[in-house]
Design a protein around this ligand. Structure first.
Ligand SMILES: C=C(O[C@H]1C=CC=C(C(=O)O)[C@@H]1O)C(=O)O
Length: 457
């Protein structure tokens, strides 16, 4: 199946939700990047620039990219969603006219992307909703340390030339809070979820598979429409070491980097194995918990599967690789994780882009299980929710193929009705997992999004 390009001006309503009718040939994109006055070293400096309620965001520790407007959208479907998106992106670039005066990762043409966890082979896919979207914004603003830039993208160069004055002229709609938030069970009630986990444990103990990651959803209803910028500002400030993202209604702050590819160096931050961090826990208690996690054979086993799956997927694309012997403990405000940073040197002969690498890595054992096929089948059989883009790759790709892709965890999907939000959390299950403990872990993983919506103080 091929990717469907939707060129600006925005096509008639409905077309950007995945019509497979032949699309008109898009006009070449005209892309200009210029340095702007340095943005302050503020965790929310980038997200504070976003003018409207359809933000594109990839930010960590105040650095990253934000975008708005839609110069081009490339939707893709089914098992070929990554390859089709990549081919459409390359075809777009072949015809683009680019003037990049900054030449850093994230300057020049950039597409933000979000991809579904599953490839559409399951029963609950209707074939109308795209399983992959690459969006080329009309405006991108980026920051990397002392350097800030602005890129404008237009099919016909109708935009202002980029620059600090153009940015200052951007009109920003006021950001509003969602007001009161009510949470309710999703397709599987919280009290029923331990039984799903118990089924997973049983199947593992019966020898069908080694590990499966099972997820649940919570439905939030807000008093006022959710402005994603409200959520993004809170996540970027409260979870600064995570990658705060927003693409086509998928928002969150993920601690897990599926892959970064930059100038031949490939990095992946693998997480699996979790311990909750109680609110108000002292630093000493946190260290005790960290030590307990680092010694937990159940969590170390869960982690080992995830690291091995990443190393195996990267190997064909890399000339050398460093896989740490033991994980470190990553401290986040709500949880601590076992973490391993895998690094590798890209084999240039493979010409693999960051998107190709993300496709090869997905789904890792951190979000699916081991062996992959058995775990995915079991998820389809017993999980009972539509994961949609939760646990799928989310991030950005540039013109040279370099880019960053996270796993859409600690995330939520904003509904067509802007007062309805689906929050997700999942847990790695191995033979020694305790269903009630996994329920408590899933609650802890829901904290960032519930807090960002304003539902927790
Ligand atoms: C599947 C999720 O987390 C994964 C990433 C880190 C730790 C995990 C765990 O310990 O179970 C999960 O594998 C989620 O947050 O929804």
């Amino acid at each position: 199946m091929s990717a469907t390009p939707h060129p600006a001006p925005v096509p008639p309503s409905g077309a950007s939700t995945g019509s497979r009718a032949p699309a008109p040939e898009p006009q070449p994109l005209v892309v200009r990047t210029t340095r702007i006055d340095p943005l302050p070293a503020d965790l929310t400096a980038l997200v504070d620039l976003l003018p409207d309620t359809r933000p594109l965001t990839w930010v960590r520790r105040g650095d990253g990219l934000v975008g708005w407007g839609e110069a081009l959208r490339l939707d893709s479907f089914g098992p070929g969603r990554f390859a089709d998106a990549e081919a459409a992106w390359r075809a777009t670039l072949d015809r683009a006219v680019v003037r990049d005066e900054v030449r850093l990762p994230g300057t020049g043409p950039v597409a933000f992307g979000t991809f579904a966890f599953d490839d559409g082979a399951g029963d609950h896919f209707d074939g109308a909703r795209p399983e992959g979207s690459l969006i080329v914004p009309r405006v991108v603003v980026g920051r990397r340390g002392d350097v800030s830039w602005m890129t404008t993208v237009s099919p016909a160069d109708q935009l202002d030339a980029p620059g600090s004055e153009a940015l200052a002229r951007t009109v920003r709609e006021t950001v509003t809070s969602p007001g009161r938030v009510r949470f309710a069970d999703g397709a599987v009630a919280a009290r029923d979820w331990p039984a799903v986990v118990a089924e997973g444990v049983e199947r593992i103990q019966a020898g069908e598979l080694d590990k499966v990651v099972l997820a649940r959803e919570v439905l939030a209803t807000t008093e006022r429409p959710v402005d994603p910028r409200w959520v993004l500002a809170r996540l970027a400030a409260g979870y600064a070491s995570c990658w705060t993202f927003s693409v086509a209604g998928m928002v969150g702050a993920t601690p897990e980097l599926l892959v970064r590819s930059e100038k031949g160096l490939v990095t992946s931050r693998v997480l699996a194995g979790t311990i909750r961090r109680e609110p108000g826990m002292s630093d000493d208690d946190a260290l005790l918990h960290a030590a307990q996690l680092a010694r937990s054979s159940k969590d170390l086993e869960e982690h080992e599967y995830a690291v091995r799956s990443v190393a195996r997927a990267l190997e064909p694309f890399c000339s050398s690789m460093n896989v740490p012997d033991a994980p470190f403990v990553l401290h986040l405000p709500n949880v601590m994780h076992l973490a391993s940073d895998v690094t590798a040197v890209l084999d240039p002969a493979t010409h693999a882009s960051s998107l190709t690498l993300a496709a090869a890595l997905h789904p890792s054992a951190a979000v699916c299980g081991t062996p992959t096929t058995a775990a995915r089948d079991l998820i389809r059989e017993i999980e009972g929710i539509d994961r949609s883009r939760y646990a799928g790759p989310v991030g950005w790709v540039g013109a040279d193929g370099d880019g960053e892709w996270g796993i859409a965890l600690r995330s939520a999907e904003l509904g067509e009705d802007p007062r309805h939000v689906r929050l997700f959390a999942g847990c790695g299950i191995v033979a020694a997992s305790d269903p009630q403990a996994e329920l408590a872990e899933s609650e802890a993983k829901l904290v960032p999004m519930s807090w960002a919506l304003g539902g927790l103080s």
